[in-house]
Design a binder for this molecule. Structure first.
Ligand code: DMJ
Length: 912
């Protein structure tokens, strides 16, 4: 029997759908009205093809979920390269990202409702039984309140929502008595102590066993949280209240939202990225729709849809008006300052904002959704995945990609809104890329670097919670799903909550603050629903006509200024503002302009702020440009067939792999293993790629010794046991201070964990062939067809390798105590793993300093673009880098801009 108070017990009938008010209803109409319309731009996709793609999604899900259950469960996540579970405390810490792991079988809980959506009802029933039998929510672990809410509380509630739906259908889950709901309630009470602040904003972390205050809790000293962290609770907390009748959850989540609303910057109606949970002061005053803020906006609109409370819609509309006014620069969405919203705060966008077109569809604002989605798709086509961050001229800024689902989510919603088969083709590309580049024998691995195609030993739970749901639903017809998806709303983690909750247990008082909202200019909503009902049936080419002018936006983009250029002032003949890239410390005119920037008019002040930002960004870019990008070691022999790609550090000597053809060969261990003297086994390494252990002599010396023995390349493997590119910054191997022109073979560096994958493969398969390159090459389908092992066998092999990797004990290997990074004589310098400032050859095509082809959105560069480009090129040519000289004279000016500088610096450190 459920302890759930006034909530809906199992077996009770599903209440009638709530009569939600106009906008939510029209938003829903946006989703359903156009699905049958075909626009002539893309050829329609046949039912057979859609089914085929749907089945492919099912097979991919089985591969991910099956490997998690077989090799990782009950751990929180699967490590798909080493084919084992990620258990917190047993792996090197990855920092904040580990705060999602609470030793509560995260991936299983996050996958529950996906199983039902994918029609795997039997598996769902088994999974629920496992959760009830195995999951413990009382662990002494400090977890993120935000992640625990969206993934675990949301996962349990989504599971409960579909469990009661199935039970009512009368076939499955007949034994179910709200047990998942009881777990959710238990978890809800565990999270409540986090709200014990004067502001009502939650602490960012909590100890599941000890809460916040107790000394054993090891948390509770934090002062800041992100806006999304405090503002993404209402759906789960209100659902928990309404399911159970315990109003406290909804009350706490509402209080946090009310506080954020009060603290919005009143003149711009924007919110910052981080806020002090005690004082309510904005800690970071930059504002966008991506990392740190994203789901705050999402939950305002969805809280209105789920709870039918007008105040949420009014708040959302007020913020949306500000977003469209300041942040939206179609097709881009660029962060600005909350107190100076005409001033961009960044020159790059993060991958999390890819959810925004989907939210715009729910709002009914289709045009900008189509534009931003198209821009994102072109970035994806260039790099196969959306890099974690990319610049306004579409170069990679942060190169990793943890298989995020936001773009698939927006693709699904845009297809629902437009019915344009183009979006089915987009989904097909996503499926192909996942299988081609991320699929490994034991699951799907995150991309460590989209430029090299290298992997990270990581498969986040949101990949199962969201990616497969959205991809499956994209290709599914109504009859392919066993319930009506329109009766549910998706949380930010794509968990499903029933819309009938809007009329159930409405005991929490609503705040009537209508007078606080700003009068909105109706013209901002010209494109909102219900207009789409008229637009699409009348003009089936609507979506295509919006995409058309953007078709070359990424490939042939003009170099963009770092900040919005005041075009009027240029066109009117006024002197363009001084840009950081043009600054010369020796030019008195420039120094005079700088002095003026500190005071004077608001235009001068704006120029000064922009200048400071550019200086900081350019100087960090300069540092990055001196670094070589990471390289890839791709295992191409059976059973890997190119599917495992390891991130490798480059060498400052030997051939540059981005300019030379890749080196392909079988691997062999050198003797002595450290490669520090003439090899005693030249016959073994002759014509092969030699494996050498790091330490005891210079990298260049190792290279010469294996080269003399006839090796065609070398891989240096770190001797620090357990080191991994997941947790340590990659570096490039420096020379020995002498002339290294005699070294003609390529050398790459692998950390110990990546190296052990190769060493274990040798033990298992003897003959292991690899490719050393700047970027992973396409897998060879012919090779795979020659011998097609089942994924089960592959997983088994990978698992065996993983288990044996603990036992490696090679000749000449130092004990871990003897070896330490500091004891190494080799000189090291960091490799740029997170930025594309140093780009691979394919990236250089879009590098403004290298690509002189300039094209605007519709194919031609404007005079303005050319003017700026010419100006910067001329001065750059005549003024080689003298950045050391440039930085000094502006120190005094910097003092005047302290607050903004701090904000910029923090932005640079920002992590998603
Ligand atoms: C998910 O956990 C959620 O979508 C969240 O809102 C932010 N992004 C991750 C996946 O990228």
């Amino acid at each position: 029997m459920s302890e759930a108070g006034g909530g809906r017990g199992s077996g009770s009938s599903v209440p009638q759908r709530a009569p939600w008010s106009l906008v939510a209803a029209t938003a829903a109409l946006c989703l359903v009205s156009a699905t049958s319309v075909w626009t002539a731009g893309a050829a329609p996709m046949s039912r057979e093809e859609k089914q085929k793609l749907g089945n492919q999604v099912l097979e991919m899900f089985d591969h991910a979920y099956g490997n998690y259950m077989e090799h990782a469960y009950p751990a929180d996540e699967l490590m798909p390269l080493t084919c084992r579970g990620r258990v917190r405390g047993q792996e090197p810490s990855r920092g904040d990202v580990d705060d999602a792991l609470g030793k509560f079988s995260l991936t299983l809980i996050d996958s529950l409702d996906t199983l039902v959506v994918l029609n795997k009802t039997k598996e769902f029933e088994d999974a629920v039984r496992k959760v009830l039998r195995d999951v413990n929510l009382d662990n002494d672990v400090v977890v993120s309140v935000f992640e625990t809410n969206i993934r675990v509380l949301g996962g349990l509630l989504g599971g409960h929502s579909l469990a009661i739906m199935l039970k009512e259908k009368g076939e499955y889950m007949q034994w179910y008595s709200d047990e998942l709901l009881q777990m959710a309630k238990q978890l809800g009470y565990k999270l409540l102590p986090a709200f014990n602040t004067t502001s009502g904003l939650p602490y960012p972390r909590i100890n599941l066993k000890f809460g916040i205050r107790k000394p054993e809790a090891r948390t509770g000293t934090e002062t800041d949280t992100c806006t999304a962290c405090a503002g993404t609770l209402i759906l789960e907390f209100a659902a928990l209240s309404r399911f159970t009748g315990a109003t406290i959850f909804e009350e706490y989540a509402r209080k946090a939202l009310d506080f954020l609303w009060e603290k919005r910057q009143r003149s711009s109606n924007l919110v910052g990225v981080t806020i002090n949970i005690h004082t309510g002061d904005w800690v970071r005053k930059d504002s966008g729709v991506g990392a740190g803020i994203d789901s705050y906006y999402e939950y305002l609109l969805k809280a209105y849809v789920l709870l039918g409370d007008d105040s949420f819609l009014e708040r959302f509309n007020t913020h949306y008006d500000a977003i469209m006014r300041y942040i939206s620069q179609p097709p881009l969405l660029l962060d600005v300052h909350i107190h100076k919203p005409m001033l961009n705060a960044r020159t790059w966008m993060d991958a999390l904002l890819a959810f925004f077109p989907g939210l715009q569809v729910l709002k009914g604002d289709i045009r900008p959704a189509i534009e931003t989605h198209e821009m994102l798709y072109q970035v994806i086509k260039k790099h196969n995945f959306l890099p974690e961050a990319f610049t306004t001229d579409f170069r990679v800024h942060w190169a990793q990609h943890p298989l995020r689902p936001e773009f698939a989510e927006s693709t699904y919603f845009l297809y629902k809104a437009t019915g344009d088969p183009y979006y089915l083709e987009v989904g097909k590309t996503l499926i192909e890329n996942l299988n081609k580049y991320a699929r490994v024998p034991c699951g799907f691995a995150a991309m460590k670097d989209v430029r090299t195609g290298s992997h990270e030993d990581r498969m986040d739970s949101f990949f199962l919670a969201e990616m497969f749901k959205y991809l499956y639903l994209l290709f599914a017809d109504k009859e392919d799903i066993i319930f009506d998806i329109e009766d549910y709303i998706f949380t930010t983690e794509a968990h499903l909550l029933p819309l009938w909750l809007s009329t159930t247990n409405q005991r929490v008082s609503k705040k009537n603050t209508t007078s606080e909202y700003t009068e909105l200019d109706d013209s901002n909503f010209d494109w909102t629903c219900p207009n789409t009902q008229i637009l699409f049936p009348n003009d089936p080419l609507y979506a295509q006509s919006i995409r058309e002018p953007l078709k070359n936006v990424v490939d042939k983009s003009c170099p963009r200024g770092i900040i919005r250029v005041r075009e009027e002032s240029l066109r009117s003949g006024a002197k363009p503002p001084l840009r950081a890239r043009d600054f010369m410390a020796t030019n008195p005119e420039h120094l005079e302009i700088l002095k003026k920037m500190g005071a004077a008019s608001s235009i001068d002040a704006e120029d000064g702020l922009r200048f400071m930002q550019e200086m900081i960004e350019l100087s960090s870019q300069q540092q990055k440009e001196q670094q070589l990008p990471p390289r890839a070691v791709q295992i191409i022999s059976h059973p890997f067939f190119g599917r495992v790609v390891l991130t490798a550090g480059p060498a400052q000597f030997g051939p540059d792999l981005s300019k030379h053809k890749e080196t392909r060969g079988f691997v062999a261990s050198s003797k002595p293993y450290n490669g520090c003297s003439e090899l005693t086994n030249p016959e073994a390494v002759m014509g092969k790629i030699a494996l050498i252990q790091r330490g005891q002599c210079m990298f260049a010396e190792k290279a010469r010794n294996i080269q003399n023995a006839g090796a065609i390349g070398g891989i240096v493997i770190d001797d620090n046991e357990g080191s991994s590119s997941d947790t340590a910054p990659l570096f490039q191997m420096a020379g020995d201070g002498k002339d290294t022109d005699d070294i003609k073979i390529p050398m790459l560096f692998l950390f110990s964990k990546e190296g052990s994958i190769i060493l274990d493969a040798i033990r298992e398969y003897e003959e292991v062939e690899v490719l050393l390159s700047d970027k992973a090459k396409d897998r060879d389908p012919e090779m795979e067809n020659e011998e097609q092992p089942s994924s089960e066998n592959d997983s088994q092999s990978a698992e065996q390798i993983a288990s044996r990797s603990q036992e490696i004990d090679l000749v000449d290997q130092e004990s871990p105590e003897e070896s330490s990074v500091n004891s190494h004589p080799e000189s090291l310098s960091p490799v740029d793993t997170d930025s594309a400032a140093s780009v691979s050859s394919s990236e250089q095509d879009s590098n403004p300093t290298e690509n002189h082809e300039t094209t605007s959105l519709d194919g031609e560069c404007t005079d303005l673009d050319n003017q700026l480009q010419e100006q910067s090129e001329t001065e750059e040519d005549s003024n080689p880098n003298v950045w050391g000289k440039k930085v000094q004279p502006i120190d005094s000016i910097l003092a005047d801009w302290n607050e903004d500088i701090e904000a910029f610096e923090m932005m640079d450190k920002d992590e998603l």
